[in-house]
Write a protein that binds this ligand. Structure first.
Ligand code: ADP
Ligand code: MG
Length: 732
C-alpha cells in the first residue's frame, strides 16, 4: 500500500469534489481508511458519509467495493460520481443491468479504470459475481447504511448478514462501515457481524440544533395541519403517514384547501411517483404527503417542516424522518401528532409476526411512545437514545423546553396499579384493570366477582383516563409488560416486583392531552342530509333564492334544477366568492358551478364586501368526496349499462339505497344516463308524463308533491327514476 500519511487530501477534495474544506471529521476518517485499518463511521444523515469512501477510493490502487441497499441510491451516487470524474470511474452492479452493460462494467473494472463498484447485497451473493470479484484487485470494502445488518436498526435486511462471509471468498480488505443509526445496540451488532470490533470508531454528534421538535395530541389533526401549513405558506414540507390510503386522503384534503400538495407511496405507479417527487424537488408543489417510502436518498436541503401524522415505529425512524428537515442548517420544524390509538394499531400489525420480531418491535414502539409522552427535553432524550449526552439544561428549541409541563410524584398510584395486576394473577388487560380501579361494574367484572375485591373502586376519585396513563407509565418504566400474543394481558416484570418491594419516587407528567384523539375521518355530508344548520345567513339566503328564481325564469327551468336549498344554505355559511370555492359547497359540482355559478358568486362577493364580512374561508376545512367509494362504482356501472339488480348485489344494497345514491350523484351535478333502466321498467308514455310534470308543473323537487300531483298510477320508485333522469338531463 502507498504511504498516504503525508499527502494533502485537500487537493483531492478540491479536484474531485470542488469543496474547499472537509466537513466534521471526514479527513481523519479518510486517513484511517487509507491506512488500511477497519473504520466505523457514525454520522447523521447529511453529514457527508459518502465522501469518506469515495475520496479514498479515487486515490487508492484497485477498486473499492461499495455495498449499498437501494438500487435508486446507488444510481444517484454513481451518476454524481460520474458528473465530476470521468466515465467508468464508478459503476454499479445489480439486477437492473442487461448483458451488454454487464460486459462493459467488467471491462472497466478489469482495466483498472473503475475505482468504485457499487453492489447491491443480493448481487454480491450471486456465484458468478463472487467469481468475478475474486479476480480483481480490491482496494477496500465500504458498507453504506450498515445498520441494515442489525435487527435493531430501522431497516433490517437479512442479505446484509451474509456480507462478511462473501468477503472472505472475494478477498480480504479493510472495511469502512457507515451508518446514521447510532444506538449502542446497533453499533455493536454491526461491528460484531462484520468482525471489526477492532475498528477505529468515528462518531459525530447527532444533535441537529436547528430542528425544532414538537408533539401534539391527535385532535382535529387535519385542521391543525392545514393551519400549520397556511402559517408557513410557500415553504417546503413533508407529511408522513402510515397508510397509503391516508396519504391519498390527506393529499386530497390539502389540495381542496388550496395547498399545493401531492401524494407519494409505493402503491402508485413508478412514473407518477417519480413525477411527484420531481415536482416537489423543483418546488412546483410545496408539500408531499408520503409513506416512509419517501425520503431515502432525497437530498432537498431546504425542507422547512416534517409532519408526522402517525407515530413512527421507532425513535430511529423518527430521527431519520425529521432529519430530512433543515439539512441546509436553516429552519426545520418537526411536528408529530400522537395518540394511543396509533400505538395500538401498530401493535396489531405485529401480531402474527415471529415472536422475536414482535419483541423487538414492541420494545422500539415503547421507546417511541415514552419519548412522545415525556416532559423531558426532546433533544436530550433523542440524543440519549443514540448514546450521546446532551448537557444543556434547556435546548430552547423543543416544546418541552419552551412550555414545561407540570409533573407530580406518582409512586402511590403506580403501586396501586401493580397491586391490582398482582391480585388478579396477571390475567387481565388494561381496560379491565382500569374498571377494577375505578369501580366500574360490567358483566366481566361480575363474572369474575372482581367487585368483591378489596381493591375494587380504590381509585374511583380519578377518571379512567388517569389510570390509563398511570398504567402506561408503568409500562414505560417496565414495571409491567403486555403479552401481545396473549391478547395484551398485563403482567408484572421482575423490575415491577422489585419496585413493589422497594418503591421510589417516579415523576409522572400531568397531562391528559394525549388521550384518545378523534379519528379524523373525512366523510362527506350528503346533500339530502339535515336541513339548515342554523348558522346560515338569512338575509343572503333570501337574495340567493331570488337570484335563483329569476335565473330559472330566464332559462325556463324549475329553480331546483339550478341549486337546491341545501346548496344555497351552504353558500351563506361558506361565502364562496370564486367558482372554485363554490364547488366546495354542498351539492355543487364542477358542472353546476360553471353553468350557473357566476351570478351567485358575484352576488355573494358584493354582499361580503358591503357587509365587511370576514370569511372564515381559510380556516374552514373542506372535506373531500370519497371518490374511491360507492359513487364511483355506481357511475361506472351505469356507464356500462349494468343491470340495477347486479349493481345492488355487488354492493350489497337494496333498490332504495341505490336510488338514494343516484339522487345524490345527480344532485351534486354529475350527469348519468339511466335510460336503459327506465326503458326496462316504464313505458314511454308514463315516462314522458312524469318528465313533463317536472318540466312544467312542479314548483319544487319534492317527491311527496309529485306523488300527490301524479296520482296513484305511478309508483314512488318510478317517479324517483324519472326525476333522476330529469335532474341529470337538465341540470347538468
Ligand atoms: P450522508 O450519506 O451522510 O447522509 P452525503 O454523503 O449524502 O451524506 O452528503 C450530504 C451532502 O453534503 C451532499 O450534498 C454532499 O455533496 C455534501 N458534502 C459532503 N462533504 C462535503 C464537504 N466537505 N463540503 C461541503 N459539502 C459536502
Ligand atoms: Mg449516505
Amino acid at each position: 500500500m502507498k504511504n498516504y500519511a503525508d499527502i494533502s487530501l485537500n487537493e483531492y477534495l478540491k479536484k474531485y469534489f470542488g469543496f474547499d474544506s472537509f466537513k466534521g471529521n471526514q479527513e481523519v476518517i479518510i486517513r484511517s481508511v487509507l491506512s488500511g485499518e477497519n473504520t466505523f463511521v457514525l454520522m447523521p444523515t447529511g453529514g457527508g458519509k459518502s465522501l469518506c469512501y469515495q475520496l479514498p477510493a479515487l486515490i487508492s490502487d484497485g477498486t473499492a467495493i461499495v455495498i449499498s441497499p437501494l438500487i435508486a441510491l446507488m444510481k444517484n451516487q454513481v451518476d454524481a460520481m460520474r458528473s465530476f470524474t470521468e466515465e467508468g470511474v464508478a459503476h454499479f452492479m445489480n439486477s437492473s443491468l442487461n448483458k451488454a452493460q454487464i460486459i462493459k462494467v467488467k471491462e472497466d473494472v478489469v482495466s483498472g479504470r473503475t475505482k468504485m463498484l457499487y453492489v447491491a447485497p443480493e448481487s454480491l451473493t450471486k456465484d458468478e459475481n463472487v467469481a468475478f470479484l475474486k479476480q480483481i484487485k480490491i482496494s477496500f470494502y465500504a458498507i453504506d447504511e450498515a445498520h441494515c445488518i442489525s435487527e435493531w436498526g430501522h431497516d433490517f435486511r437479512p442479505e446484509y448478514r451474509r456480507i462478511r462471509s462473501i468477503m472472505s471468498q472475494t478477498g480480504e480488505g479493510a472495511i469502512i462501515a457507515l451508518t446514521a443509526t447510532a444506538t449502542p445496540k446497533v453499533q455493536h451488532d454491526i461491528q460484531k457481524n462484520l468482525d471489526m470490533l477492532d475498528a477505529n470508531v468515528f462518531k459525530s454528534s447527532f444533535n441537529r440544533a436547528n430542528l425544532y421538535y414538537e408533539i401534539r395530541p391527535k385532535v382535529n389533526t387535519i385542521k391543525e395541519i392545514i393551519k400549520f401549513i397556511k402559517t408557513n405558506e410557500g415553504k417546503s414540507g413533508i407529511i408522513y403517514c402510515l397508510s397509503r390510503k391516508k396519504v391519498e386522503e390527506i393529499a386530497d384534503v390539502l389540495k381542496v384547501n388550496g395547498i399545493k400538495a401531492l401524494p407519494y407511496h409505493a402503491g402508485m405507479d413508478s412514473a407518477t411517483r417519480s413525477e411527484n417527487q420531481d415536482r416537489f424537488l423543483m418546488e412546483d408543489v410545496d408539500v408531499i404527503v408520503a409513506t416512509i417510502a419517501f425520503g431515502m436518498g432525497i437530498d432537498k436541503p431546504d425542507v422547512r417542516f416534517v409532519i408526522h401524522y402517525n407515530i413512527p415505529k421507532s425513535l430511529e425512524g423518527y430521527y431519520q424522518e425529521t432529519g430530512r428537515a433543515g439539512r441546509d442548517g436553516g429552519e426545520g420544524q418537526c411536528l408529530m401528532f400522537y395518540s394511543h390509538k396509533d400505538i395500538q394499531k401498530l401493535e396489531k400489525f405485529m401480531q402474527g409476526k415471529p415472536i422475536s420480531e414482535q419483541e423487538i418491535g414492541k420494545q422500539l414502539l415503547l421507546e417511541t411512545s415514552a419519548f412522545a409522552e415525556s416532559s423531558i427535553c426532546r433533544r436530550k432524550l433523542l440524543l440519549h437514545y443514540f448514546g450521546e449526552e446532551y448537557l444543556e439544561e434547556n435546548c430552547e428549541n423543543c416544546d418541552n423546553c419552551l412550555n414545561p409541563k407540570v409533573q407530580f410524584e406518582g409512586s402511590e398510584y403506580l403501586l396501586l396499579v401493580l397491586e391490582v395486576v398482582d391480585t388478579v394473577n396477571e390475567r387481565f388487560k388494561i381496560d379491565h384493570t382500569v374498571n377494577i380501579l375505578t369501580g366500574t361494574i360490567n358483566s366481566m367484572i361480575k363474572s369474575y366477582e372482581h367487585d368483591e375485591l378489596e381493591l375494587f373502586g380504590i381509585g374511583r376519585d380519578k377518571p379512567p383516563r388517569f389510570w390509563n396513563s398511570i398504567i402506561r407509565k408503568a409500562l414505560i418504566e417496565e414495571f409491567l409488560d403486555k403479552d401481545i400474543e396473549n391478547y395484551g394481558l398485563l403482567y408484572l416484570t421482575a423490575k415491577g416486583r422489585e419496585y413493589m418491594e422497594n418503591p421510589y419516587p417516579v415523576e409522572v407528567t400531568q397531562d391528559r392531552e394525549y388521550e384518545e384523539g378523534e379519528d379524523d375521518s373525512m366523510a362527506i355530508t350528503p346533500i339530502s342530509g339535515g336541513k339548515g344548520s342554523g348558522a346560515c345567513d338569512e338575509e343572503l339566503l333570501a337574495m340567493l333564492k331570488q337570484e335563483r328564481t329569476s335565473l330559472a325564469k330566464k332559462l325556463n327551468q324549475p329553480p331546483f334544477i339550478i341549486f337546491q336549498d341545501p346548496s344555497l344554505e351552504d353558500m351563506t355559511i361558506q361565502y364562496p366568492v370564486t367558482l372554485d370555492e363554490l364547488k366546495n359547497c354542498q351539492g355543487v359540482g364542477e358542472g353546476k358551478a360553471r353553468k350557473y355559478g357566476k351570478t351567485f358568486v358575484d352576488l355573494i362577493k358584493s354582499y361580503v364586501d358591503e357587509k365587511e364580512i370576514v370569511r372564515a374561508q381559510d380556516m374552514v376545512v373542506k372535506s373531500v368526496v370519497n371518490k374511491s367509494g360507492i359513487k364511483v362504482f355506481i357511475i361506472q356501472s351505469i356507464d356500462k349499462k349494468i343491470d340495477f339488480k347486479d349493481i345492488c348485489q355487488a354492493k350489497n344494497m337494496d333498490a332504495d339505497a341505490l336510488l338514494y345514491e343516484l339522487e345524490s350523484i345527480v344532485n351534486s351535478g354529475t350527469k348519468i344516463n339511466i335510460d336503459y333502466h327506465i326503458n326496462q321498467v316504464l313505458d314511454e308514455d308514463k315516462r314522458d308524463e312524469i318528465f313533463e310534470y317536472f318540466r312544467s308543473e312542479a314548483e319544487t323537487e319534492s317527491l311527496d308533491e309529485a306523488v300527490e300531483a301524479l296520482g296513484s298510477e305511478y309508483t314512488e320508485e318510478e317517479i324517483r327514476l324519472v326525476r333522476i333522469k330529469f335532474i341529470s338531463d337538465l341540470g347538468n
